[in-house]
Design a protein around this ligand. Structure first.
Ligand SMILES: [Cu+2]
Length: 200
């Protein structure tokens, strides 16, 4: 959160719209990694990774990236349309918990970000749920890095507060504290999500 390690369940964070809020849950998928070499060649991976932010420093392996110099990394927060279909993912508890109701189009939640915010002095729940193909978040990070054999590690860092700004200052009081059935709210979150990740 703005460069500090996330502390759960504490209404100590302030977004661009000056909502005071906490985080109780952050679950999401990242998938469809594509690395671009400085010579222009691209390497893609079809792995899908589930992240629960309560599990400290999740790490994932992508095998087979050739040695060389790279200039950018692209991936999705969420799932591509081929995988965003009910029961397309393995039947794990995590995946089942991420299900998007069939009556709302099916597939999976791309993200669940939940907690409380201060609404006129009262702690009130919020749930930023993102789903549906049109709201998948395409991350594109321009960064020079080198893979020199053996293993190379990239540290991806999500700044949670960026979900609430750039380009839209998301205000729980105005834009809504439950996004799931609100396509306008989800569109704003999806656009804000493009720059939540950095490589450290
Ligand atoms: Cu939901």
């Amino acid at each position: 959160m703005d460069g500090s390690k996330l502390e759960f369940n504490s209404i100590k964070y302030v977004n661009a719209a000056v909502n005071n809020y906490s985080v109780s849950k952050l679950h999401f998928y990242i998938s469809a990694f594509e690395f671009e070499n400085t010579d222009g060649s691209k390497f893609t991976f079809d792995s899908i990774f589930y992240v629960d932010a309560a599990i400290q420093t999740p790490s994932f392996a992508l095998e087979g990236l050739p040695v060389g110099n790279y200039k950018s990394l692209r991936f999705l927060i969420g799932l591509d349309s081929l995988h965003n279909i009910s029961h397309a993912l393995p039947n794990t508890i995590d995946n089942e918990n991420m299900s998007w109701p069939d009556m709302m189009g099916g597939g999976y939640h791309f993200m669940k970000l939940e907690g409380n915010f201060m609404d006129g002095g009262n702690p009130t729940g919020y749930a930023m749920h993102l789903g549906k193909n049109v709201h998948v978040v395409q991350v594109n990070i321009q960064k020079d890095f080198k893979v020199s054999g053996g293993t190379a590690a990239l540290n991806l860092e999500m700044n949670i507060n960026e979900w609430f700004s750039n380009p839209h200052n998301y205000d729980f009081n105005i834009d809504g504290n439950y996004s799931m059935s609100d396509s306008v709210a989800m569109s704003k979150l999806a656009l804000n999500g493009k720059d939540v990740f950095n490589i450290q």
